[in-house]
Design a protein around this ligand. Structure first.
Ligand SMILES: Cc1cc2nc3c(=O)[nH]c(=O)nc-3n(C[C@H](O)[C@H](O)[C@H](O)COP(=O)(O)O)c2cc1C
Length: 312
């Protein structure tokens, strides 16, 4: 079985990935949050920093492209080749209207012809391995039926399928019936993604679609970083868990100190992590409230390390 860390914009950036890989565990693959490229140019050039090798010393991620035309992809490809990457992922799942309205992300799913043009343009001349990360559709899960022949026509590395539709964003149920129906029709290896929060969630998918042995996990890892070890059946006792978390948070704080000049910006970012990560702790709601009240990094450190100490 292969386990992947999902790309989560603003959360699983290089700071998270480096700290996690060094102190908690190594996924089989990690992915950068999307780098948006429009009309051949980077939409926010700072997004490119996340894939620089200097920030990815413990594990090379798979860089993710968000865009809709081959010209933009070529710009992204040039950057990836310059940085010695061999594989990239294409985002066909971002559900935000500002993205889908421009025909990118999940906005591509209703337009098999545009998707074919994009993939034709990419595969016409590329040295990279290409995978896609997609949803079942933008407005309806049946949209996927028309996408199967499109995906099957190209030599994709793998298809990562999050069985929701764009309209749901990240809420509502994942459609496991649709996943079980469509996954076997894809000629590529399929990776399951969505709402994995426990070992039994993985087992449920394995029973449903036995040929799927790749799983991508996002929010479940923020909620319980030890989930990676649990799925691999590696034993971690309470003392080891506290120690891992102490080092993991220590590394995040150190990296943040280097990256951010002011405490407030940094604290906003850390607060977002705790929106999910609070669940790791029995009294998580209280800790999350304390994190939100912190006015500087010193206060934040005190709250976090006290919470970990109390865990033991
Ligand atoms: C805050 C947030 C940011 C996300 N950013 C990205 C992204 O940059 N690229 C992407 O492909 N998916 C992104 N996703 C989707 C996740 O990768 C994943 O598909 C989704 O959260 C379902 O998996 P999970 O339930 O394991 O988190 C994001 C999701 C969230 C909640």
């Amino acid at each position: 079985m292969q386990l992947y860390l999902a790309p989560l914009q603003g959360l699983t950036d290089w700071i998270f990935r480096e700290s996690f890989t060094q102190h908690i565990g190594r996924f089989d693959k990690t992915f950068t949050p999307f780098v948006r490229v429009q009309s051949g140019d980077f939409y926010r050039p700072s997004q490119c920093n996340d894939l620089l090798p200097v920030h990815n010393t413990f594990q090379k991620p798979v860089p993710q492209f968000l865009g809709k035309d081959a010209e933009s992809f070529k710009r992204f490809e040039a950057l990836c080749l310059e940085q010695n990457y061999t594989e990239v992922n294409i985002n066909m799942g971002c559900p935000y209207p500002m993205v889908t309205g421009k025909g990118m992300g999940a906005g591509l799913l209703q337009h098999p012809r545009e998707m074919t043009n994009l993939l034709n343009g990419i595969f016409a001349d590329t040295e990279l391995k290409i995978s896609v990360k997609c949803r079942l559709g933008l407005e309806n899960a049946n949209e996927f039926e028309e996408l199967i022949p499109v995906f099957n026509a190209f030599p994709l590395e793998e298809v990562i399928l999050h069985p929701r539709i764009g309209k749901q964003q990240y809420k509502g149920e994942v459609d496991l019936d649709a996943f079980a129906r469509y996954a076997p029709q894809l000629s590529h290896p399929v990776c399951y993604n969505g709402d994995i929060r426990s070992v039994s969630d993985v087992e449920k998918i394995q029973q449903l679609v036995p040929q799927v042995d790749r799983f991508m996990i996002g929010r479940g890892i923020l909620q319980n970083p030890i989930l990676l070890a649990e799925i691999r059946n590696e034993k971690v006792n309470a003392g080891q868990k506290a120690d891992m978390l102490r080092k993991f948070h220590g590394a995040i704080i150190e990296h943040c100190r280097q990256k951010y000049s002011g405490d407030l910006h940094m604290l906003k970012r850390l607060e977002e992590l705790w929106e999910y990560h609070a669940e790791t702790f029995e009294n998580g709601r209280k800790i999350y409230k304390q994190v939100k009240k912190c006015k500087n990094l010193g206060q934040y450190e005190a709250v976090v390390f006290q919470a970990i100490n109390e865990m033991e």
